[in-house]
Design a protein around this ligand. Structure first.
Ligand SMILES: Cc1ncc(COP(=O)(O)O)c(C=O)c1O
Length: 456
């Protein structure tokens, strides 16, 4: 079949998705796929939520779009009210965009403008972390710390500094306590701030729980408390990127709730619209918002589809499902059950180095050797083969390579929908185990001799 679509990966032959029902997607040939990764941690309510679909249909019937430079709209106002009512007290305003990268771009510009309003125009540096992903637009890519994604665009990227991620499996010394590790990392951030100039940093940007590039890595206890202290010491804004880990994915509406701190800005997207509509947001504290309103009065930003009425109506219905219908409350117990199943199936697997996560957000890191934590040979492309093998078996999971440094390392990310039942968790574990066994057997054959290559 010829196609005129510029596909995400032109080398791939994608099945045509035609229908979604609950935890499953169906292709045109009638094949069924268990969506155990929510695409990329998006579809937290599964694929056919009637209440959400009806809310969007209703909104389209009355008002699809009214440009936000002329009007506000009811679903946008109601969604902002709902999010702020469930956010810590310091939060006051929501700036709605159409996805995660846009949310990050807006947060960076808002942070910069905050300091302009406050009369600190010399602040111009952003610090983020290596092995992070904040989106593919140029600003978001610049703060992101994934070498593989950044490399060829490097000359176009604004300057950003990167410090170590909080990645206990690989970054914490064996003799080090969580507290000492957190302290060391906070020290690294402080050193980076001082090197750039104590009053020249705008913001520190971090995923509360690292998603795509590390594979569901939660911070060690106390890490964000130390980070918050360092940010406060130097007047640096803390931007938490919860595009992937927020909106209930980790068991709490905001992933930072578990960290005992509150950021200055938080970005959300995937779980906000649950895939029913493209929507994202920057949630701002009163402090940041009031700096703008009591200064120039205008945030120098904007996109055509800001606060799109149908997108906000969809996200509002998602929020209602999470809260009024108790779906958020399912995440922790279901996540604990999932963790047990993952540990039982993969906990002593010779090629599984680490199983980590929170709520319904789990990562399995694959290694060549558990004792040394040596990664698999990147030439084997185990992550890519695992994605293909799992899909062939009717399982959507989210494997990724470059876990260590953008080039070496493999992990698989799992993010089942909050509506999953135990049967779907079992199906996920079972299909993943079989796909992994097939891929590792193929990789072992390939490693044994080039003539037997199974890479295809
Ligand atoms: C943490 C994080 N931030 C930002 C983004 C970018 O979001 P989008 O793909 O909607 O632009 C992603 C996407 O995976 C993400 O995981």
């Amino acid at each position: 079949m010829t196609s005129h679509v510029f596909h995400r990966d032109p080398r791939s032959a994608y099945p045509v998705a035609v229908r979604g029902e609950g935890c499953y997607l169906y292709d045109r040939d009638g094949k069924r796929y268990l969506d155990a990764s929510g695409g990329a941690a998006v579809s937290c309510l599964g694929h056919s939520d009637r209440a959400v679909v009806q809310a969007i249909q209703h909104q389209l019937g009355v008002l699809a779009f009214a440009h936000t430079s002329f009007f506000t709209n009811e679903p946008m106002e109601a969604l902002a009210d709902m999010l702020i009512a469930r956010a810590p007290e310091s939060f006051d305003r929501v700036y709605f965009v159409s996805g995660g990268s846009e949310a990050i771009e807006a947060s960076l510009k808002l942070a910069r403008q905050y300091f302009i309003e406050k009369g600190e125009p010399q602040r111009r540096h952003v610090i983020a972390r290596r092995q992070s992903y904040h989106g593919n637009t140029l600003g978001a890519l610049a703060v992101g710390g994934n070498q593989w994604r950044r490399k060829q665009f490097e000359p176009l990227l604004i300057q950003a500094s990167h410090v170590s991620p909080c990645f206990a499996y690989r970054g914490k010394d064996s003799s080090e306590s969580d507290a000492a590790y957190a302290e060391r990392l906070a020290g690294e951030l402080e050193a980076a701030i001082l090197e750039l100039g104590r009053d020249s940093v705008i913001a520190f940007v971090a995923e509360t729980v690292v998603g795509a590039t590390l594979g569901a890595v939660p911070p060690v206890a106390g890490y964000f408390k130390r980070i918050r202290e360092v940010c406060d010491r130097y007047g640096v804004l803390l931007i938490l990127d919860e595009v992937m880990c927020g909106m209930g994915r980790c068991g709490t509406l905001w992933a930072f709730e578990e960290e005992g701190i509150v950021p200055d800005l938080v970005t959300i997207a995937k779980g906000l619209g649950a895939g029913y509509q493209p929507v994202g947001a920057v949630v701002a504290t009163k402090k940041v918002y009031e700096a703008i309103t009591s200064g120039s009065g205008f945030f120098q930003h904007g996109h055509t589809y800001l606060g799109h009425a149908a997108a906000c109506a969809g996200a509002l219905a998602v929020q209602q499902r999470l809260h009024a219908d108790g779906l958020l409350a399912r995440v922790k117990p279901l996540g604990a059950l999932f963790e047990n199943k993952l540990r039982a199936a993969f906990g002593s697997h010779p090629n599984v180095g680490d199983i980590r996560g929170r709520g319904l957000f789990w990562g399995i890191e694959l290694v060549a050797d558990r004792a040394t934590k040596a990664p698999l040979d990147p030439a084997l492309r185990v992550h890519a083969r695992l994605k293909k093998e799992a899909l062939a078996a009717g399982l959507m999971c989210y494997p990724m390579g470059g876990t260590l440094d953008g080039a070496r390392g493999d992990h698989v990310l799992l993010a089942p929908p909050f509506i999953a039942e135990e049967a779907q968790l079992d199906e996920c574990v079972d299909k993943l185990a079989r796909a992994l066994a097939a891929v590792l057997a193929g990789a072992a054959k390939q490693a044994a001799g080039p003539k037997q290559s199974v890479l295809g």
